[in-house]
Write a protein that binds this ligand. Sequence first.
Ligand SMILES: [Zn+2]
Ligand SMILES: [Zn+2]
Length: 340
Amino acid sequence: MKAIRVYAPEDMRVIDIEKPRIDEEKNVLIKMKAAGICGSDRGILHGTNAAATYPRIIGHEIVGVVEEIGEGVTRVKPGDRVIIDQVTSCGHCYACRKGRPNVCVNLKVKGVHIDGGYRQWVTCNEKDCYLLPDFLEDKDCVMIEPTTIAVQACSRAQLEEIDDLLIIGAGALGTSLIKIAKLYKPHRLIVSDIDNAKLQTSLELGATDVINSRETDLESAVKELTGGYGSTVTVDAACVKGSLLSALKVTGPAGRVITMGFSVSPEEVNNYLITSKELDVRGSRLQNRKFQEVIDMVKDGRIDLRGSVSHTFPLTEAKEAFRFADSGDPSIKKIALMID
Ligand SMILES: [Zn+2]
Ligand SMILES: [Zn+2]
């Protein structure tokens, strides 16, 4: 079968490998149909994803059809179309016992630490498979995974109607956060960025207020919008130098600050900012069993993922697809690889 393997940074190849077989009774064999290209996949290709190990078959936004099932499988049957959860956990460490396998100390993410879905067939445990609604095309189904990331952040933030939410950064992550966060009906949904076009899009998606943080002082602008209190939930979806400090400054007493980045460059923060307001500073990583929640949102129309993929390429043209993704062409919303 055909697969896409990154051997080392900047060395991605189309290869021929053996088709996998079901080797455990709870495993299923899946014929892959579509896989999204995510910023973190590009990071693995370009050597900027610190978590990745090489060589690696990448791809973690992965959709396919069940072809064969192991003897012990009861959740799915051949012909079912599914999306695969990328999180693989040990089940016995502290995080796992606390019901948080997405930060398992032995965490293995498909397409990052173990082989992922840029290939014609994969096998995985039945518990990682989630049934997809028929009306959503294969390519658009890949968007369910990035949506789970936004649901996870809102869940970590314990977002409620009384919150004044600030999202720092209106890129791909910030945009998907706006779409999900508005379902929680926060009192205000404020978005900051340095790009006016992105801020305009944020307003169209449901932001109540936008702030260009290059033109205006973020802290005073947020205070003004919130009657002097500050935001009560701040999500740092920019993860640039200084954004964590801004988030701590701009968040009011008893608020939550959610970090989503993986930057290792030092940030100057201080005790006072956190202690004086009893801020909760929480990371949000991947997602914790949020697939069914997002699929239910798609089914009952709370979110519409139709048409969210702007470009598709056949699996074997992955190199061209990644080159196009790197071009930053303004028509790109999401790129998916189609697999047959
Ligand atoms: Zn992703
Ligand atoms: Zn664990």
